[in-house]
Design a protein around this ligand. Structure first.
Ligand code: NAP
Length: 254
């Protein structure tokens, strides 16, 4: 029981993991024993990110694909399964953000957000789940958001996409649970990354955030690792279709 968080012998694919939260989650899973497969649209960036981990003594490799391109995903997933072995854990992390007032939101930006954040989760999960179903074993973790539940000015399409990822999580849970596949979500509050750099540099926003969040601060990206280890490991084998908020208490407060 003491080893229920151990990921030794497991292989994890993390989308959009050459930088940001995905990269930190990859190193966290590697620290707990998993072999990690890092993904970026650019093979060189994926390889460089993997090399940083292998130099630390972890097992890591890089695979390029775009989460919006079904043919690239199908080929990459088949190659990983054939050459490296089973994908036991999938973290759907790749995501983008755009900010405009609702009535001025460009259609092409709406399309891009929905394509990456929502359709990307669907396409990658579909391919990986086929192999997990054959093995009757797997863990899928979808990176959701506070905006899976809460609206906010200028990011309505992002919130719509993350609300959809919440429902993808529940729907996939319902369809895949009988194959011993657990599909859960991690919903981060506000974390300082490239995606939020405009907000981090905005003192007025930071003051609002600290007042609005019971923990009264930004989240440290490393603080998401524990949730990922839990949902990737046997510690969560009867947890399914759940969204784990890592938000300093923000969702609990009005
Ligand atoms: P980030 O620093 O901007 O990183 C996003 C990652 O996604 C990058 O590696 C990016 O690759 C990759 N990506 C984008 N489009 C892709 C595509 N089509 N195919 C493959 N990879 C793609 O963002 P982050 O803050 O780490 O966010 C990671 C996840 O957490 C996202 O789903 C985000 O919505 C979610 N989240 C973040 C926060 C926060 O406070 N930061 C809060 C809630 C939820 P490139 O380098 O090629 O662009």
């Amino acid at each position: 029981m003491k080893n229920m968080f151990d990921l030794s012998g497991k292989r994890a694919l993390i989308t959009g993991s050459a930088r940001g939260i995905g990269n930190l989650l990859a190193s966290g899973l590697a620290e707990y024993g998993a072999e990690v497969v890092l993904n970026d649209r650019c093979q060189q960036r994926a390889d460089e990110a993997a090399q940083i981990l292998t130099e630390k003594g972890y097992r890591a490799s890089g695979f390029a694909f775009d989460v919006t391109k079904s043919i690239e995903i199908k080929q990459a997933v088949a190659t990983i399964e054939e050459k490296l072995g089973a994908i036991d854990i999938l973290i759907n992390n790749a995501g983008i953000q755009r900010r405009y007032p609702f009535t001025e939101f460009p259609e092409e930006d709406w399309n891009k957000i929905i394509e990456v954040n929502q359709k990307g989760v669907f396409l990658v999960s579909q391919q990986v789940a086929k192999y997990m179903m054959m093995r009757r074993s797997g863990k899928i973790i979808n990176i959701c958001s506070m905006q899976s539940e809460l609206g906010r000015k200028t990011i309505t399409p992002y919130a719509a996409s993350k609300g959809a990822v919440k429902m993808l999580t529940r729907g996939m849970c319902v369809e895949l649970a009988e194959y011993n596949i657990q599909v859960n979500g991690i919903a981060p509050g506000y974390f300082a990354t490239d995606m939020t750099s405009a907000l981090v540099n905005d003192q007025e926003f930071t003051a609002w955030l600290c007042q609005r969040t019971p923990a009264a601060r930004w989240g440290e990206p490393e603080e998401l690792i524990g949730a990922a280890i839990y949902l990737a490991s046997s510690a969560s084998n009867f947890v399914n279709g759940h969204l784990l908020f890592v938000d300093g208490g923000m969702l609990a407060a009005v």
